[in-house]
Design a protein around this ligand. Structure first.
Ligand code: FRU
Length: 470
């Protein structure tokens, strides 16, 4: 079904063909990590949503499994929308949203409900015969009622649901159950303050405990753009707070954007058996152009990222297992850079690590540049020392993206380059920039500064996988 593999990624999870959006059902079951994703197998466009499925021993090497959920039953006739997974009594349960259109042909007129499916082997799934498990939204809600995230706490199960109230503000609903089948509505536990600040609908919520705090990661729609952030159509971000199960209420602080790039959305987390909170996102965004669509596919998932909460900030680092992708070390040296200096050439899968001491320079900026050697399409990542600001510019887009760092002496830039994606981790994951890019040839990657600047530089060639294409 693929007509051209030019943009296929080397070490990111993709579907064999067709369309992908949100990651779903991220979990660990019987020795494997499992990930599912919003999937339209029959074209490279969004359509009736299925759940694609893959599993992995190490979060890095994925094996594609048969499609887990297919829409078309009376409760999910037009789509199996986003949801999550939980393990109970040796069984893997999926909780997902059924999407159903009314007969008037209006794609903005639908009803949504919540459903259950289960599996003993982690491969074949059966929909529960009494679906839906949550049939209708509360009466003060709009039709937007989706993306259940399930977890266990004190011997009970909880589901957080993304929704919208009658005043058209995003909010989070909480449900409780003892058996995953009968659910009790506990009420709204968090609310958007205004459309401009916090959005008109909260998609894909995920509420979890991390280092003494409760953190809500969610993807609000409609937050107003500011000078350096909230520049995408919708954005994924987080609130830090405290979930009071008795009230019940989630008391929380301000919303913070999670990634500054053009192509990151609808992230979901899981807890690994060794206690790490790992997040994975959709490596695209609704309004992005997806040139791979003409080749029969669209979309991928990000590298799994470990979340660390410290100093009142949520850091994201590529999981430790990412190191298993490293092959040859292409560079390991001190570089003195001023005029344009080549870092690496003709490699589609590389990891670049740069460190420098920003107190020891009078330089004003430096630029890491990715260039297609023949078409001259390019991506520029520029750092401004005075403002402590990274600016990313793509020659195929007119709008830049920005990452404002906290005051720092040491600067660290880690870039995961794949055939058509860049994941940039700045200062130990204090800020990340996730991008797709579309070159016809492997990039030339160079570094330039306005004054001589000393970098510590390590570059690794990364593994190019082929097993996840099958
Ligand atoms: C987020 C989202 C979810 C929904 C799914 C449909 O990207 O809009 O709210 O469940 O995609 O594919």
């Amino acid at each position: 079904q693929l007509t051209n593999s030019r943009y296929r990624l080397g070490y990111h999870l993709m579907a064999p063909a067709g369309w992908i959006n949100d990651p779903n059902g991220f979990c660990y079951f019987k020795g494997y990590y499992h990930i599912f994703y919003q999937y339209h197998p029959y074209s490279a466009e969004w359509g009736p949503m299925h759940w694609g499925h893959a599993r992995s021993k190490d979060l890095i090497h994925w094996q594609t499994l048969p499609t887990a959920l297919i829409p078309g039953d009376s409760e999910d006739k037009d789509g199996c929308f986003s949801g999550s997974a939980i393990v109970k009594d040796d069984t893997l349960y999926l909780i997902y949203t059924g999407n159903n259109y009314y007969d008037d042909g209006d794609p903005d007129h639908y009803w949504q409900n919540q459903n259950l499916a289960y599996s003993q082997d982690g491969i074949h799934f059966t929909k529960y015969d009494k679906n839906p498990i949550i049939a209708t939204p509360p009466t003060d809600n709009t039709q937007n009622f989706r993306d259940p995230k399930v977890w266990e706490h004190d011997g009970h199960y909880y589901v957080a649901l993304g929704s919208q109230d009658q005043a058209k503000l995003g909010r989070l609903l909480l449900y409780k159950s003892d058996n995953l089948k009968q659910w009790q509505y506990l009420g709204p536990i968090a609310h958007s303050q205004s459309v401009e600040q916090e959005g008109y609908m909260w998609e894909c919520p995920d509420l979890f405990h991390l280092n003494g705090q409760d953190i809500l990661v969610t993807s609000p729609q409609g937050i107003a753009a500011q000078e350096h952030q909230y520049l995408n159509l919708h954005q994924t971000g987080y609130f830090v707070g405290e979930l009071d199960y008795q009230a019940p209420k989630f008391k929380r602080g301000d919303f913070h954007e999670l990634d500054q790039g053009h192509d990151f959305y609808a992230a979901q987390t899981m807890l690994t058996p060794d206690g790490r909170r790992v997040l994975i996102g959709w490596l695209n965004m609704w309004e992005s152009e997806m040139p791979e669509q003409v080749d029969g596919w669209a979309g991928a998932l990000t590298l799994p990222r470990e979340l660390i909460y410290q100093n009142n900030h949520l850091y994201q680092m590529p999981v430790a297992e990412t190191k298993s992708l490293r092959q040859q070390k292409l560079r390991d040296e001190q570089l003195m850079v001023q005029s344009e200096t080549e870092l690496v050439n003709n490699q589609s899968q590389v990891e670049i690590n740069l460190q420098l001491d920003s107190t020891k320079t009078t330089a004003q900026h430096f630029v890491v540049q990715f260039t297609d050697p023949q078409t001259h399409a390019n991506v520029q990542l520029e750092y401004d020392f005075a403002q402590q600001l990274f600016t990313l510019k793509r020659s195929d887009r007119s709008d830049a993206r920005f990452a404002q760092l906290r005051p720092n002496e040491k600067l660290q830039v880690q870039i995961f380059v794949d055939t058509s994606s860049l994941e940039i981790f700045l200062n130990q994951g204090e800020s990340t920039i996730t991008e797709r890019y579309y070159f016809d040839h492997a990039p030339q990657i160079s570094l330039t500064s306005d004054q001589a600047l000393a970098f510590n530089c390590q570059i690794y060639q990364l593994e190019k996988q082929s097993n996840n294409y099958q």
